[in-house]
Write a protein that binds this ligand. Structure first.
Ligand SMILES: [Zn+2]
Length: 116
């Protein structure tokens, strides 16, 4: 239960312990390409969620996707990258498929796409 009685780190530890068995036996990304696909999927899920929200008639009075800035995960897919990229939802790279350019933190690259 999240009730403020424990630190965020303690809650994270409890969640990790609770799901440890499932995580140990579940599918995982083993390559940089697979990690990038998961990051893109997670980032895109936020975009879809906000775009869907603003299609509701009552939500249009609250603004639009240009007004919402989110911290998206950098899609360089390095194992040690935990960078976030603050970006308006409306500015997320189109189109909504694998052909759109990756969202990268300053200084991060996508060497996997460079010519050999
Ligand atoms: Zn990165």
């Amino acid at each position: 239960m999240v009730d403020g009685s424990r630190s965020p780190e303690q809650v994270v530890t409890e969640v990790e312990e609770h799901f440890a068995d499932l995580l140990a036996h579940g599918p995982s990304a083993t390559s940089r390409s697979e990690r990038r696909q998961l990051l893109r999927h997670a980032n895109r899920a936020f975009v879809v969620q906000y775009r869907t929200f603003f299609t509701r008639p009552w939500a249009r009075a609250l603004g639009n996707t240009s007004d919402v800035v989110l911290s998206f995960s950098c899609e360089c897919a390095r194992r040690d990258c935990e960078e976030q990229v603050d970006l308006a939802v409306a500015d997320f790279p189109p189109p909504p498929d694998d052909t759109s350019p990756p969202l990268l933190a300053p200084g991060h690259d996508i060497r996997w796409r460079q010519a050999p």
